[in-house]
Design a protein around this ligand. Structure first.
Ligand code: SF4
Length: 339
């Protein structure tokens, strides 16, 4: 009697269920490509698996964060998606926020239940004036508001990394933006490696690392998978996922918005490649996914959201996101758990 051949599983979702959900081992690049190219009629199944992975390896809580722009516009870099670059004809003009307004924004953010407040500046890297402003702002917030402070100030020197750590900055955001192989098509005024160096120094100084990027910038599906795996290698604490919202006047102003199904597959694929990482919905999701997208994303692997306005475009009102979390019975992560 001949024996029945051993059946080796070839369906990527069955493989992911065993590898990622059961064992917590993220997908490799080939596997991520397979997920990104799944047929649309398997999207629901994929999102359900990504949700199970998130619940098992991250839990039900959702981290809420607010962001504020300390210095807007007039940046000397040429990131082709960015309306804050001073090199393009985009309508964002250079402006600074004062410290009392910064503290007030932190207070309003804390009221929403957010545990993280991120101070952002549109710069290549901070100069002395910006570092002094940030130091004053962080101190004022820490004195008056019960919230963790994060910063996103571009590329840093070792000295600046040490200064931010000494100020008590909890997390530093610096996005790699896209796959290493696609980066030169997106930015020409600095390199992917320069960004990576800042992230390494931030990690070594003991701050949490927040690093993500923008999908839908003309990258191939393989490059999207490459990016997910490069992030997995970095092991950031948080990955903010943005979808390109083409801004008039920027070199990417005429790119097509990523179709919703493709964007949702990407969210799920990043969750399966990064099973334990906080995955945050950041900018561009309204235009890509519409109102329904928040729900599908949060049920498809996302476990952190930004409330209120984004840096240069309007997001949904904070209440809409917070109501949604209530409706989905997903608790907002409390501050004492982040300390
Ligand atoms: S993404 Fe940052 S570094 Fe690039 S142009 Fe915009 S503000 Fe400047």
């Amino acid at each position: 009697m001949t024996q029945a051949p051993v059946r080796t599983e070839t369906d990527i979702l069955a493989i992911a269920r065993e590898q990622v959900l059961e064992r917590g081992v993220g997908l490799d690049k080939e596997q991520t490509v397979q997920v990104l190219t799944l047929a649309d009629d398997r999207l629901e199944e994929l999102l359900a698996l990504a949700h199970d992975v998130r619940m098992k390896w991250c839990g039900p809580e959702v981290e809420v964060e607010g962001i504020i722009s300390l210095k807007t516009g007039g940046c000397p870099e040429d990131c082709h998606f960015c309306s804050q670059s001073g090199l393009f004809q985009s309508p964002v003009r250079a402006a600074w926020l004062d410290i009392p307004s910064l503290v007030e924004a932190a207070k309003q953010t804390a009221k929403t239940g957010a545990t993280e407040f991120c101070i952002v500046a549109a710069v290549r890297g901070p100069d002395e004036r910006l570092m002094a402003q940030v130091a004053a702002g962080v101190e004022a917030i820490r004195n008056e508001v019960d919230i963790q402070v994060a910063c996103s100030l571009g590329m840093l020197t070792q000295e600046q990394v040490d200064q931010l750590a000494a100020m008590g900055v909890h997390r530093y955001n610096h996005n790699l933006e896209t796959a290493k192989s696609h980066f030169p098509n997106v930015v020409t005024t600095h390199s992917w490696e320069e960004r990576w160096d800042t992230l390494r120094m931030v990690r070594e100084a003991g701050m949490e690392v927040c690093c993500g990027g923008i999908l839908g910038m003309g990258e191939t599906v393989e490059q999207r998978a490459e990016f997910a795996l490069q992030l997995a290698e970095l092991e950031p604490d948080e990955v903010p996922l943005n979808f390109l919202n083409p801004r008039p006047g920027t070199p990417f102003g005429d790119l097509e918005v990523l179709p919703a199904a493709e964007a949702l597959k990407a969210v799920a694929a990043f969750r399966l490649a990064l099973p334990r990482t906080m995955l945050r919905f950041a900018g561009g999701r309204e235009i890509t996914l519409g109102d329904l997208g928040a729900k599908q994303g949060i049920l498809g692997g996302i476990n952190a959201v930004i409330v209120g306005n984004y840096l240069t475009t309007l997001g949904r009102p904070a209440e809409a996101d917070l109501d949604l979390l209530g409706e989905l019975k997903m608790p907002i992560k409390a501050l004492n758990e982040t300390l």
